[in-house]
Design a binder for this molecule. Structure first.
Ligand code: FES
Ligand code: FES
Length: 204
């Protein structure tokens, strides 16, 4: 009976083989990275794709093209029409929303960019029939005329007071300087912001 063939690998052979295997893996990984780099960034669209937003604490599932702005997604697809489109080019602030605690011009922000973030619009401020302190202050101080700028000013004021519950006039001016009122109600807007001071819970 013939003896089964012995398969033996010396330590030197093993290390050589492992070295070649490791090198092969490294070469494969480098090649894959190279291919990925040549392919460029992952491209989506131009057709519709699923996009999930969290608006005023609620999950909203949409199918939209990647070019759709946050303002359009909220107004036209999620049917929350409180925030207004005025200039549609990041110049007036009427479309101001709060995303993860910071004000954004929603007309100049893509909806797909803010997936996974907390989006707040003026529609979500009141609790039932009770207005948010900032909304109430705008009413009390008569801080609006045509009202087109008002939702944006209200959201900017909310963000200001969540950061500085008792702002100095300078902090208030700075916090609201991204918003424009064509009707000229800025003095009353400032009065409303100061009247609501101390009534908004700080969020850092
Ligand atoms: S509508 Fe967005 S900044 Fe004017
Ligand atoms: S109230 Fe008319 S633009 Fe401000």
């Amino acid at each position: 009976m013939s003896k089964p063939e012995q398969f033996s690998v010396s330590r030197r052979d093993f290390l050589k083989t492992a070295g070649v295997g490791g090198l092969a893996s490294a070469v494969t990984a480098a090649a894959a990275a190279d291919v990925e780099a040549q392919a460029g960034p992952h491209v989506v669209g131009p057709g519709e794709l699923p996009v999930t937003l969290t608006i005023n604490g609620k999950r909203v599932d949409l199918r939209i093209e990647p070019r759709v702005t946050l303002l359009d997604a909220v107004r036209m697809r999620a049917d929350l029409t409180g925030n207004k489109r005025v200039c549609d080019r990041g110049a007036c602030g009427a479309c101001t929303m709060i995303v993860d605690g910071r004000t954004v011009y929603s007309c100049s922000t893509l909806a797909i960019e803010v997936q996974g973030k907390q989006i707040r619009t003026v529609d979500g401020l009141a609790s039932g029939d009770t207005l948010h302190p900032v909304q109430q202050a705008f009413c009390d101080k008569d801080a609006l005329m045509c009202g087109f700028c008002t939702p944006g000013f209200v959201m900017a004021t909310v963000a200001l007071l969540e950061k500085h519950p008792n702002p100095t006039p300078e902090q208030a001016r700075k916090g609201l300087d991204g918003n424009i009122c064509r009707c000229g109600t800025f003095v009353r807007v400032m009065e409303a912001a100061m009247a609501a001071a101390g009534k908004v819970v700080a969020r850092g």
